[in-house]
Design a binder for this molecule. Structure first.
Ligand SMILES: [Zn+2]
Ligand SMILES: [Zn+2]
Length: 377
């Protein structure tokens, strides 16, 4: 280890700096000295490694304590820290990968490998409310790019092999200065492969991938709603040149139901009741999605628009326990066809009502009379 520069000095922080300060100081410096930002500059690479090493030490409470006590000696072979091999390159660089991924959306480090994965795919699926309630297992057939078997994804005719691209030297990317920044572009000669195929595979025409129908079993759990996504890991498009496949996402849409509306785990429905049931009270039965008949009690004198709730008779909680509620909105129906007998009975009923309006309706009609007088005066 050639570095004897004080870690705190390297990171330009006080010895008392907390984790947050350390991290932000490190990020700032790492971005400044990243080799990708200073191509061809050996000094920046060395500096970058030092910063990285310093941060790997100081961000670990145990290592930091040892460093504070013994300095660099803590990490030399057989030193008081006893950690042996120390913590150079590898470990530090993987930490960096995580940070840079959040910064640049996968532009550096670990992200480079990710970009070689196959594409994620989206598949839209509509399910009935019944299926959303019970869950179901179904099979779908999707046309997805798969790794070509004869050439194992290389794209070169079996027996031949690809040649390294001489424009990008096999990197698949070329760099160009753009203002302050170095911009990386996909190599126009090899289209990012890093290789040029001279004898393309006949099965895939050099693509390394072929579209093929894939049958997939989809398990839909109970409680799914509009926008629920199911991820099928590795069932997306095959990666280029045999790289890992992307994921397949099933986007669910729940079809409209002829009886129930849904609001989260709440099921809503409207139930017509006769004016006699509304007046005298009684009960109605609502067939639930669970196949049971839910009895809803109607209290005498119920009004149209009243909502009655039955706990636990709604939709299941997705990946949880229990059920939401069933809400029944009452609609009192006025009869339109009456038999002579019914009319007679109602007239008889009407006769008993005379002069017996409810206090509310009495008030209403009096107010109406006032309005009428105002208008005619
Ligand atoms: Zn092929
Ligand atoms: Zn190239």
């Amino acid at each position: 280890m050639s570095t004897e520069i004080d870690y705190y000095e390297l990171l330009e922080v006080e010895r008392t700096a907390d984790d947050k300060t350390l991290k932000s100081a490190f990020r700032k410096l790492a971005m400044k000295w990243h080799p990708d930002k200073n191509p061809g500059c050996g000094d920046s690479e060395a500096k970058f490694k030092q910063i990285n090493e310093a941060y790997a030490c100081l961000s670990d409470p145990q290592k930091r304590a040892a460093y504070d006590r013994y300095g660099h000696a803590a990490f030399q072979q057989g030193g008081p820290g006893g950690s042996g091999g120390g913590f150079g390159g590898g470990e530090g660089f993987s930490d960096l990968g995580d940070i840079f991924e959040t910064f640049f959306g996968g532009g550096f480090g670990g992200g480079r490998q990710q970009s070689r994965r196959g594409a994620d795919l989206r598949y839209n699926m509509e399910v009935s409310l019944e299926d959303a309630f019970h869950g179901k297992t179904t099979e779908i057939a999707v046309e997805v790019a798969q790794t070509c078997e004869p050439c194992h994804g290389s794209g070169a005719q079996p027996g031949t092999s690809a040649r390294r691209c001489n424009l990008c030297g096999g990197q698949g990317k070329v760099r160009a200065q753009q203002g302050f920044f170095m911009v990386e572009r996909t190599c126009p000669n090899c289209h990012g492969r890093g290789e040029v195929i001279e004898t393309p595979c006949r099965a895939c025409r050099g693509e390394g991938r072929v579209d093929a129908e894939q049958k997939l079993e989809i398990k839909i759990p109970p409680g799914v709603d509009n926008g629920t996504r199911i991820r099928l890991s590795g069932k997306g498009e095959a990666g280029p040149a045999g790289a890992p496949a992307g994921d397949l996402y099933i986007f669910l849409q729940v079809a409209r139901h002829r009886v129930f509306e849904r609001d989260g785990t709440t099921l809503l429905t409207r139930a017509p009741i006769s004016f006699t049931t509304a007046s005298l009270g009684g009960s109605i039965e609502i067939p639930g999605l669970d196949g049971q008949r839910h009895v809803i009690e109607i209290s005498p004198g119920i009004q149209s628009g009243k909502q009655l709730r039955k706990r636990g008779a709604g939709m299941p909680v997705l990946q949880g326990r229990g059920f939401g509620d069933l809400v029944v909105e009452i609609q009192v129906e006025t009869p339109t066809k009456l038999s002579a007998k019914q009319k007679e009975l109602l007239r008889e009923f009407q006769a008993t009502e005379t002069g017996d309006e409810s206090p509310q309706s009495k008030g209403f009609f009096e107010r109406l009379k006032d309005v009428w007088t105002d208008l005619t005066e």
